[in-house]
Design a protein around this ligand. Structure first.
Ligand code: FRU
Length: 494
């Protein structure tokens, strides 16, 4: 049996052991086992396709396969069979990659073949770039693989850290951005170009880490949006630069004015993509109606070894987000299709000058919006506790006029000691502010002020019955709209 057949046989068997209620209601997980980065996010054959870094065999990272879901609408997803396994001599793992449509409109995939070569007592790692095409519903690796290896790498860059191609087609050419590590130990994004997908020329260094943004960079993405060029990187081992550019594994967006012509980045601004606890390796795609849509691995890589005991899966994707740029800042909001998941809705006006429980807003799977209007300019404070039961809760305290926000999940039920507390500074707001909470069984995503800032976090080990919500709003009136989320991922056995 091939590695791929083995994985397919295994996932089919193990998936049945995971009850629907043990999974998130509307966030994606691996069919079974471990998931990390989103890969090959694309639309073809009338459906969206989203692949993912996948180890079906355990809830830990290991020999990377690609798993797959597909969806007609980015909301209702079906698990497809495992899509790729590391079965070629040039790879020990199929690492992250992406998809584009070729000139005939067929999907083509570019990914990193990660190879470990034993060398006496040591191991040498080689990362090269490969192409796969969709032939009769199977991802078939090109005979000419790898298509970029040592010879294609500019001087001073490392073949052992050379990965995560993001490809797209523009005019006559296919382009790809790739991350690599320069000899000074710092990451960089390299731009490549090809006209036939098999021969790739190095065009230029798109951006180099100047030492402020961690060490190696991973999972670059480049796109044009609202007259800007945008580059994403996921920085490893960042030291804190500011409350926004925090330490750890941190995904960043560099934004500059788009001057047209060959892909380029005249950087004006840098922004952390998510200020919460769990967000890494985002990948975007252009939807058929022209929206730039992001999806990311909703997990801090640092918590990779902390799968809950006995779990059949570990790792989730964030809910897909639409991107836009306003006043030079990247905004993210949940894709509008979320409304197709809404069940019962509740609207109410609230005045909560002492902490109070709001039974109308109870629940664990909902899309909740709070509009805050300050009674006096510059004076208002919101404190919200959600996913609460007794001493278990996650809390948020927000003072819009100071731009100060504290997110605290220390009491959310987890025994493991990972980052549980963040204090961040946001753009200040004098009169009104808004907060939107997407709550699911194993996560929350908080969008502030129309998606100007986002904070995401997982909620493992937080009991399903923890659904109480309390509010304290000093100096503000609140308009709350709650949509219950009732249905979720489409699957025969869900
Ligand atoms: C990011 C990453 C990528 C790599 C993949 C391997 O999370 O380390 O750089 O391709 O995961 O699973």
């Amino acid at each position: 049996m091939s590695y791929l057949e083995e994985a397919r046989e295994y996932e089919e068997r193990m998936e049945r052991k995971i009850a629907a209620k043990e999974r998130p209601l509307y966030h994606l997980t691996a069919r079974t086992g471990w998931l990390n980065d989103p890969n090959g996010f694309s639309f073809y054959g009338g459906r969206y396709h989203l692949f993912y870094q996948y180890n079906p065999y355990s809830t830990h990272w290991d020999r990377m396969h690609w798993g797959e879901w597909s969806s007609p609408d980015l909301i209702h997803w079906s698990f497809e069979r495992a899509a790729m396994a590391p079965d070629e001599a040039y790879e020990s793992g199929c690492f992250s990659g992406s998809a584009a449509l070729d000139r005939e409109g067929n999907p083509v995939f570019m990914y990193t073949a990660h190879r470990i070569i034993p060398d006496g007592r040591e191991e040498i790692v080689r990362e090269t770039q490969c192409i796969a095409r969709l032939i009769e519903r199977e991802l078939v690796k090109e005979e000419g693989n790898p298509v970029i290896s040592e010879e294609g790498l500019p001087e001073g860059f490392s073949l052992s850290d050379f990965r995560d191609p993001k490809i797209w087609r523009e005019g006559e050419y296919f382009y790809s951005v790739l991350s690599s590590r320069f000899e000074d130990g710092l990451g960089a994004v390299l731009l490549y170009r090809s006209s036939d997908l098999l021969h790739w020329d190095f065009v230029k260094l798109l951006k180099k880490n100047d030492g402020r943004f961690g060490r190696m960079w991973e999972c670059p993405d480049f796109f044009r949006l609202d007259d800007h060029s945008v580059l994403f990187v996921s920085a490893m081992a960042m030291k804190a630069l500011s409350p926004e550019l925090r330490n750890g594994f941190c995904s960043l967006a560099f934004l500059g004015k788009d001057l047209g012509g060959e892909p380029d980045l005249r950087e004006e601004k840098v922004q952390a993509l998510d200020l919460g606890f769990d967000f890494y390796a985002p990948q975007t795609m252009l939807s058929p109606d022209g929206r730039r849509i992001l999806i990311a691995w909703m997990q801090a890589p640092e918590s990779g070894n902390l799968a809950p005991e006995g779990a059949g899966w570990y790792g989730q994707m964030c809910f897909p987000r639409e991107l836009s740029i306003r006043d030079g800042r990247l905004f993210q909001s949940p894709i509008r299709e979320i409304s197709s998941l809404y069940g019962e809705s509740t609207e109410l006006d609230l005045c909560a000058d002492s902490e109070r429980s709001v039974p109308e807003l109870y629940g664990r799977t909902m899309d909740l919006s709070l509009e805050l209007r300050a009674e006096r300019e510059g004076f208002c404070e919101l404190r919200l506790c959600f996913a609460k039961k007794g001493n278990i809760f996650t809390s948020l305290s927000y003072r819009p006029a100071e731009g100060r926000l504290i997110l605290d999940r220390r009491a959310a039920g987890r025994a493991a000691s990972i980052c549980e507390y963040r204090e961040v500074l946001l753009p200040k707001r004098e009169k009104e502010a808004s907060l939107r909470l997407l709550l699911d069984r194993f996560s929350f995503e908080i969008f502030l002020n129309g998606g100007e800032s986002v904070l995401s976090g997982t909620l493992y080990d937080c009991p399903a019955e923890a659904g109480e919500l309390t509010i304290f709003a000093k100096g503000a009136r609140i308009r709350a709209v709650k949509h219950e989320i009732e249905s979720g991922i489409l699957r025969e056995n869900f």
